[in-house]
Design a protein around this ligand. Structure first.
Ligand code: KG4
Ligand code: ZN
Length: 344
């Protein structure tokens, strides 16, 4: 068998992504191109993603992003052997742009189409950087839309959710706290930067769902966000200046502490020795440092893809599509729907 080229299309939120990968006969997957266009700046003044704006932006960006991915890889559409597209979860209108585009390319080229899961894509992307995953591993997926612990027993075969947020996603908490502190959207990068000058022990913010009777692997960040807002309000009412770096460092510590403690505990409980952390929040400096420390102490191998691959992109969908293709799974029908609530 020869190499196969898989094209991946991502449009579940505010990034239009087109990626290309090579699947070799031995099952290795290699990154060839990763073109991304983001509408994040158009959403910034609203403090969050506006679905209607995201859909329109995908429509404008899809063809140019496709062209850029092909140019970057030196390939042409006729080299493509299969197309993978994010079928869900995500914003309905945004997903439909990617799914409709993928169907058009697949039928024009006469190649199989694979509708794949966005969350699994965030895990699959790590194989582009660190090679094949072990037969069982744990994934902590932390982004603006999701916070989940996943037990991965074959990236194309079996992924089980063992915990998730019961309210806000970790990235959403960053974005909301940034708004309270008058920091720009998206809030993760400015909070991460401010926190470097602050004291993580300055303010004792709550760690959600860490009581003895709480679910072991679920998360809650809405109480933390409210606690930060109340603390800031109280200081302002008393006429005191807000120590923004201390607030950021203390908030960030609470998030990183809960995420890493629960991930390490889950690794023990499910007897896995590898943890993958992915999604936009995986770029957080304190989360990666604390995860590295706690994983080393617990004898767990930590895999974190580079930040560019952690955020939404088409390469992650191409990588997952390649693993699905290699597994021998049936392609999706050309009337495949987009599914905003697609479970992992
Ligand atoms: O994965 P992603 O690009 O898009 C979604 O699928 O949501 O994640 C975006 C989220 C945003 O909430 C952003 O604030 C957060 O990731 N983020 C960070 C950092 N960089 C981005 N959060 C914490 N620290 C960072 N350095
Ligand atoms: Zn995502």
């Amino acid at each position: 068998m020869t190499d196969r080229i898989v094209l991946g299309i991502e449009s579940s939120c505010d990034e239009t992504g087109v990626g290309l990968v090579r699947l070799t006969p031995d099952g290795a997957v290699e990154l060839l191109a990763d073109a991304v266009a983001s509408s994040v700046e158009e959403h910034a003044r609203f403090g969050g993603v506006v679905p209607e704006i995201a859909s329109r932006a995908h429509l404008e960006a899809m063809a140019p992003t496709m062209r850029r991915a092909l140019t970057d890889s030196g390939l042409s559409l006729s080299d493509v052997d299969a197309i993978a597209v994010t079928a869900g979860p995500g914003l309905a209108g945004a997903l439909m742009v990617g799914v409709a585009s993928a169907k058009a390319y697949a039928s024009a080229l006469g190649v199989p189409l694979y509708g794949v899961n966005h969350l699994a894509g965030h895990v699959a992307v790590d194989t582009l950087e660190h090679g094949p995953l072990p037969s069982r591993c744990l994934a902590l997926l932390v982004s603006g839309g999701h916070t989940q612990l996943l037990l991965v027993e074959g990236i194309a075969e079996k992924i089980t959710e063992i915990g998730s947020t019961i309210d806000d996603a970790a990235g959403e908490a960053y974005d909301k706290v940034a708004r309270v502190l008058d920091l720009p959207y998206p809030g993760g990068p400015p909070i991460d930067k401010q926190a470097k000058q602050g004291d993580p022990a300055a303010i004792a913010f709550p760690r959600g769902l860490t009581g003895p009777r709480d679910p072991a692997f679920d998360f809650s960040f809405s109480g933390l966000k409210t606690a930060v807002a109340r603390w800031v309000e109280t200081e302002q009412r008393a006429g005191r200046d807000i120590p923004v770096p201390d607030v950021c460092a203390s908030f960030q510590e609470a998030v990183a502490d809960v995420l890493t403690a629960k991930a390490v505990r889950a690794a023990h409980e499910f007897d896995v020795d590898t943890l993958v952390i992915s999604g936009g929040v995986a770029a957080n400096s304190r989360l990666s440092a604390l995860a590295a420390q706690r994983c080393a102490d617990a004898g767990i191998t930590l895999r974190v893809p580079r930040p560019r691959l952690c955020t939404d992109n088409g390469a992650m969908i191409a990588a997952l599509g390649a693993h699905v293709l290699a597994s021998g799974a049936q392609p999706s029908p050309l009337n495949m729907p987009a599914n905003p609530g697609l479970p992992v």
